[in-house]
Ligand binder design. Structure first.
Ligand code: ATP
Ligand code: MG
Length: 679
């Protein structure tokens, strides 16, 4: 095995076989293995090894599930090469990113030959839902038919049809269990939605994959695209959908130069139409079939953590190929911490984290994971109260804050005057302009060959005559980048003050946005990046300045994929949360939730705890309204595997007004109640 420059050191035999697989242009390779077995590490070493062997970094396509994951992978490769005579300047691996971002770039660069306008604007899910809603209103499907699916559901159905390549009736029947009378109306609606996107020169997230996949059906384009890269490597392959697999197969029909890695036990994006079949069917998709390498040694977690995680996934309906082992002896069993309610859980977690920090563990080495973004609310309040800085991933994005969307709508409308979602938003910021007036203005812009000119000639709406000239000036005056965002911010300032009570903190966000914008060469690139991978919300927005750069990570389990921390706390390990659905989920959905818990548990290196609040606040269940439920420990930790955990009962120490424990019998003996629940 040739090791140019020692890039295979630090790998075990199987990892090394994967990293050095085949000579130049080798046959397809699949690395399928459990959590923490070094798949991502092996992938990084493989790229370093290829580069050290003379591969051209501009001809390597490296894809992962988030921009952050892709950047981390790239950094790892650069670190491996640093100091060798094959070191590359940062950015040499220029084709690294998410499927969607790579798709956007390819489509833009090749817009001419694909019949697209290169200035297309990308809509995020929220914009798409808004546009779907406009289309719905346009067809009169909302007001007359009360039971017609809500805008979010319409988009979900549409998205599933596109990503899974499944015909509408099938999606309606097996996924949404809705009766078919809506089929024709939905078809009309989706037709109108597509027409609206095209009229407005908009692509949505799904289009980035769909258009790429469709382009690949053209033989000459596919041949050209396939020839751009000698190696295509993909991490987390278990969470790709049919369109992504189609793109891949068309890029490298014989599989030469193709490497995919993943873990079928960690497939957690079925709800977004990802299919684990992609990874399972990969080996036999080629002739000769792909080389398959399985890794079974876990380097991440201590024995007791791995044993508990294995026990959880061992209960799955499906049998996964491998059971992991580790030689990381020592460490304690994961804790199952029973608490009174969410508030106690928040206090307990904050206390634990502080104690761990005092014992020498940095905040950065600790993470708190949860099923749904809103579940961290109580904890965020508690952390803010105790001045514990944190960064939250996968939560409410900075980008979806109303004032940020307002400002972006200005930029987007200026960039693309036919974008109606942005148009409605921006125009209605002006007092005196309502939906009717906005629609008339947008109709005029849409019909005009030169929208900027048309706007200048338009008569000012009577009730907004005073504010009209400033708006026209902003939309039409020549402006460089990033001056444009400065001008937009100045224009927006009085509206911000009028619209929001907390205008000060919102103004700070917009200044922050302008600073981010200044790092981009032009408006189009800025908007594309922001839409595809918006910055994360931090506690700076929650009022805690990030003084030092040690901060705690809060993350949804979905966004924590692929990462690891020394200490992990999982919130709300109760039924109704994991699994999230109170009994209505299909079996496939419940199984996906089990894998989600497995993903959460396998993020921990040294210490793991799961919270079981007995009183669990349920808000998202419309059926029950907003109320408390007495929760049960998640069904994924049944009695039969309870011995893998250490059980802890935690009650908040009494405050100054409460009797100290023991001085007086508590009216409700919750400790006992908690114990009894497991008896
Ligand atoms: P996941 O399924 O969660 O994405 P993974 O299989 O990609 O996990 P990695 O993140 O690559 O696993 O590796 C897990 C941890 O184990 C990392 O800290 C990595 O550095 C370490 N590791 C992997 N292989 C080895 C090895 N051969 N020697 C030492 N440490 C290793
Ligand atoms: Mg990984």
């Amino acid at each position: 095995m040739l090791d140019h420059g020692g890039h295979l050191a630090g790998l075990n035999d199987r990892q090394r076989a994967a990293a050095s697989h085949g000579p130049e242009g080798a046959g397809p390779l699949l690395v399928i293995a459990g959590a923490g077995s070094g798949k991502t590490r092996t992938l990084a070493h493989r790229v370093a090894h290829l580069l050290a062997g003379g591969a051209d970094p501009g001809r390597i396509l490296l894809m992962s599930f988030s921009r952050m994951a892709a950047q981390e992978l790239t950094r790892r490769v650069e670190r491996l090469l640093a100091g060798s005579d094959r070191a590359w300047p940062a950015g040499a691996l220029c084709w690294s990113g998410t499927f969607h971002a790579i798709g956007a770039r390819l489509l833009r660069e090749n817009a001419g030959r694909l019949g697209l306008d290169p200035d297309f604007v990308i809509h995020d899910r929220e914009d798409s839902a808004d546009l779907m809603n406009l289309a719905r209103h346009g067809l009169g499907l909302s007001s007359t038919e009360k039971r017609f699916p809500a805008k979010g559901s319409c988009l979900a159905i549409y998205s599933r049809c596109v990503n899974a390549g499944t015909p509408l009736p099938e999606v309606l029947a097996d996924r949404f269990a809705w009766s078919l009378p809506w089929e024709n109306d939905l078809k009309r609606l989706f037709g109108a939605y597509v027409a609206a996107k095209q009229a407005q020169n908009v692509l949505d997230y799904d289009d980035l994959l769909l258009a790429w996949a469709q382009a690949m059906e053209d033989e000459s384009f596919a041949r050209w695209a396939g020839a751009q890269w000698d190696h295509v490597l993909i991490d987390e392959y278990q969470d790709t959908n049919r369109l992504q697999a189609r793109i891949l197969m068309a890029l490298k029909p014989d599989g030469r130069g193709l490497t995919v890695v993943g873990d079928d036990a960690q497939a957690i994006y079925g709800f977004r139409a990802a299919t684990v079949r992609n990874i399972l069917d990969f080996p036999k998709a080629f002739e000769p079939p792909a080389t398959v390498i399985a890794l079974d040694r876990n380097y991440r977690s201590t024995g007791p953590i791995l044993a508990a995680a294995n026990a959880v996934i061992g209960q799955a309906r499906e049998r996964f190929a491998k059971e992991l082992w580790t030689d990381r002896a020592g460490g304690s069993k994961p804790q199952l911490v029973t608490l009174r309610d969410g508030r106690d859980q928040a206090r307990h977690v904050a206390g634990r984290i502080l104690a761990a920090r005092e014992a020498g563990l940095r905040l950065k080495d600790q993470a708190v994971l949860f099923r749904t973004s809103s579940h961290s609310a109580e904890l965020e309040i508690e952390l803010t109260r105790r001045h514990l800085p944190f960064v939250k991933f996968g939560g409410l994005k900075f980008l979806s804050a109303a004032h940020v969307k307002d400002l972006l709508s200005v930029l987007r409308l200026r960039q693309n005057p036919r974008d109606r979602v942005s148009g409605f938003r921006m125009l209605q910021l002006v007092p005196g302009i309502g939906p009717g007036t906005a629609a008339r203005v947008l109709d005029a812009l849409e019909a005009a060959p030169a929208p900027a000119e048309a706007l200048r000639r338009l008569a000012p709406p009577p009730r907004a005559a005073a504010d009209w000239p400033a708006l026209v000036e902003l939309m039409t005056a020549p402006a460089g980048w990033p001056d444009l965002i400065g001008a937009a911010r100045a224009w927006y300032a009085p509206h911000l003050d009028r619209l929001y009570e907390d205008a000060d903190s919102r103004r700070a966000d917009l200044e922050q946005l302008e600073r981010i914008a200044a790092g981009y060469p032009d408006c189009a690139r800025f908007l594309t990046d922001l839409t595809l991978d918006p910055p994360e919300a931090t506690s700076a927005e929650a009022g805690v300045p990030l003084r030092d750069d040690d901060y705690l990570i809060l993350s949804t389990i979905h966004s924590a994929k692929g990462q690891e921390w020394r200490s992990v706390f999982v919130l709300n390990a109760v039924d109704g949360c994991i699994p999230s659905d109170l009994g209505t989920g299909s079996e496939a959905e419940i199984e996906e939730e089990r894998r989600l818990l497995y993903v959460a548990m396998t993020r921990a290196k040294d210490s793991l705890a799961l919270g079981v609040p007995l009183k669990f606040h349920v808000t998202q269940q419309a059926r029950f309204g907003d109320r408390h439920l007495y929760a049960r420990r998640t069904r994924f930790i049944p009695d039969s595997i309870l011995s893998q955990f250490e059980q802890v009962y935690w009650q908040d120490p009494p405050g100054p007004d409460e009797p100290a424990d023991g001085t007086e019998a508590p009216r409700l003996d919750l400790r006992r109640r908690m114990r009894d629940m497991w008896a």
